[in-house]
Design a protein around this ligand. Structure first.
Ligand code: UDP
Length: 235
């Protein structure tokens, strides 16, 4: 079943592309072209952008930096990524708006529920910056939260591997991939680290499915939005 409206969560790490750190414009250009196929097909897409390529709050807190400030810095990092993606998408003829939960009027529109809905109905991609706008959570939780707020049919969580395995496939050649899991299995299994437990618990409570998949593979984002069997579906 093809989804009408999806939320794609992209981590900062994924945006580094072929580089060791920072932002890879070539990779973002590739992403723009993949997303364009979805938009041209009349499907609506919201993208929650991470910031881990620049700042992760939990890692830099300490030594005088309060955790709240560190998380503010992390949210600003997501804005930096979101601004770059927005420009690159528009440059590639993908109508796009950047909406931020950190209010910085000079650089991005404020995230307002009705405004985001209006953009999506006009077939514009909504790039979400600033996560939830609150500290002590990550953009995984923000992804589920905003997907619920915007009535998305599914959260597509982009990862480096093509789904959830019973053990790390990088070091275990016999690792087995799951095609589907229940929320309960995903929350209870300590080996499953593909998404924050807080995000998973929120998805479980409100029964929004999550697809863990390899978004870097050509055609996979389109396949995921079309409801084709890629990755691991948690529902
Ligand atoms: N962050 C936050 N609240 C949010 C979302 C993010 O405080 O709602 C901060 C947090 O410090 C986080 C950082 O922003 O570490 C970057 O986001 P995240 O670590 O989720 O990025 P990713 O790992 O997906 O690249």
């Amino acid at each position: 079943m093809a989804y009408k409206r999806v939320l794609l969560k992209i981590s900062g790490e994924q945006l580094t592309g072929k580089h060791d750190s920072g932002f890879d414009t070539e990779h973002a250009t590739w992403l723009a072209r993949e997303v364009k196929k979805i938009v041209d097909n009349g499907q609506q897409i919201v993208i929650m952008v991470g910031g881990g390529n620049l700042v992760r709050g939990a890692q830099i807190a300490g030594g005088g930096i309060h955790r709240v400030t560190a998380d503010h810095m992390g949210m600003l990092a997501t804005m930096i990524n979101a601004l770059a993606i927005t420009d690159i998408f528009e440059h590639n003829n993908v109508p796009t708006r950047c909406l931020s939960n950190i209010f910085a009027d000079q650089v991005a529109e404020k995230f307002v529920h009705r405004l985001a809905n209006k953009h999506l109905q006009k077939n514009r991609v909504c790039i979400l910056a600033g996560g939830t706008g609150r500290p002590y959570v990550t953009t995984d939780t923000a992804a589920v939260n905003l997907a619920l707020e915007l009535d998305c049919n599914i959260v597509l969580k982009a990862t480096k591997v093509d789904g959830v395995y019973d053990k790390d496939p990088a070091s275990n050649p016999d690792a087995k991939k799951y095609d589907s899991l229940t929320y309960q299995q995903a929350v209870e299994n300590p080996a499953i680290k593909v998404m924050d437990k807080a995000a998973m618990a929120l998805a479980m409570e409100h029964e929004i499915p999550i697809l863990i998949f390899d978004a870097l593979k050509e055609g996979n984002i389109v396949a995921a939005v079309s409801g084709q069997p890629v990755g691991t579906k948690i529902s």
